[in-house]
Design a protein around this ligand. Structure first.
Ligand SMILES: Nc1ncnc2c1ncn2[C@@H]1O[C@H](COP(=O)(O)OP(=O)(O)OP(=O)(O)O)[C@@H](O)[C@H]1O
Ligand SMILES: [Mg+2]
Length: 321
């Protein structure tokens, strides 16, 4: 994703300071990519989400809670410090967490819970120091979003993850609950959880003071699918700096995307464009992407999509980038 330089010099200074502190943290504890990742506001300033109007509004409201807590007070509210984004795979939960941080102009710490738990196990004694330094970093930020991704892992005793080590689930749950409770102490921090299986998450996590406010992130409808497709087309054309798509006949395309998530649509567009790259690479004459090109790729993709849903209950996010 394109990186913008923060326009305000004060924000620039803040971001540089936090990035330096983060680098110190990473140097101390080794490679953390995919376990905890830091996104600064200028790096996620151009997040664009199609559909999800309700969820986007709720997220916007919480961005004000972080940014201007006095507004919440003026309306006599006691806003939750914890949100839970729930909905099918690839519908935009991670995007919404980024949108929240971006609107609130605060750093986003993206914690991948399965990977973080493995990290904690590997660290043993150093985990306490790790947490302490992490909280120090949060304290330096003052305001931040801490995103607990894939927390459903904690909800299922049966998950493969825990079959190897019975009793480990309660340890992992304890670890996460402890972090959520600690982070709730910081007035400017909001914790956000994400899951595609809310039904397996236990009452220890969905409760007052923890992930209290539930926000649904559903699959898009036809109109929203069109919007998402247009966003991804626009982005590709921006990167290319030219028109890539012919005028599309959405009346023919949309009925074929009936169960597609936002991630599926992003994937589809990448595949259609990938085919153009192949053709041009082979010296073939290539025109703009047409409705026919898209419909053809939908046929290929439908098989892959079904396969992914069956085999990988949860395809990795990287697959959609
Ligand atoms: N509503 C949407 N609008 C625009 N793009 C979307 C939308 N939903 C998903 N995408 C595309 O799919 C990619 C993956 O989405 P995201 O990671 O936010 O989904 P998720 O709900 O977190 O999925 P998972 O359950 O796999 O974690 C995004 O980077 C984006 O390219
Ligand atoms: Mg996600």
């Amino acid at each position: 994703m394109e990186t913008h330089v923060a326009s305000n010099p004060e924000e620039n200074l803040f971001e540089t300071r936090i990035r330096n502190l983060w680098n110190g943290f990473v140097n101390r504890f080794g490679k953390l990519n995919g376990k905890i990742d830091l996104y600064l506001p200028s790096e996620i300033a151009d997040i664009q989400i199609g559909g999800l109007e309700k969820a986007q509004k709720e997220v916007e409201s919480f961005s004000h809670v972080i940014r201007n807590p006095e507004i919440a007070k003026r309306w006599g509210t006691e806003p939750s410090k914890g949100l839970l984004l729930y909905g099918p795979v690839g519908t935009g939960k991670t995007l919404l967490a980024k949108l929240l941080a971006s609107k609130a102009l605060v750093p986003l710490f993206h914690l991948n819970i399965p990977n973080l738990i493995l990290l904690a196990l590997g660290m043993q004694q150093r985990w306490v120091e790790f947490l302490q330094r992490f909280y120090e970093l949060i304290g330096e930020c003052q305001r931040a979003v801490v995103f607990f991704d894939e927390i459903d892992l904690l909800g299922s005793e049966m998950s493969e993850f825990f079959q190897l080590a019975p009793g480990f689930r309660s340890q992992a749950l304890f670890l996460v609950v402890q972090m959520v409770d600690q982070l709730a102490q910081y007035p400017g921090v909001i914790v956000v959880g994400a899951t595609d299986r809310p039904e397996v998450i236990g009452p220890q996590l969905i409760k007052r003071g923890r992930f209290q406010r539930l926000i649904e992130v559903p699959l898009p409808n036809d109109q929203q699918r069109k919007e998402i497709m247009e966003l991804h087309i626009k982005r590709a054309e921006q990167i290319a700096g030219r028109q890539l798509f012919d005028k599309l006949d959405y009346d023919r395309i949309l009925p074929r995307l009936a169960s597609f998530s936002g991630a599926n649509i992003a994937d589809l567009i990448q595949r259609v464009l990938g085919e153009k790259v192949r053709q041009e690479g082979n010296g073939e004459a290539v025109g703009l992407v047409t409705t026919e090109d898209i419909l053809e790729e939908v046929s290929n993709y439908e098989h892959i999509k079904q396969y992914m849903e069956r085999i990988f209950a949860k395809p990795s996010e990287g697959a959609y980038l």
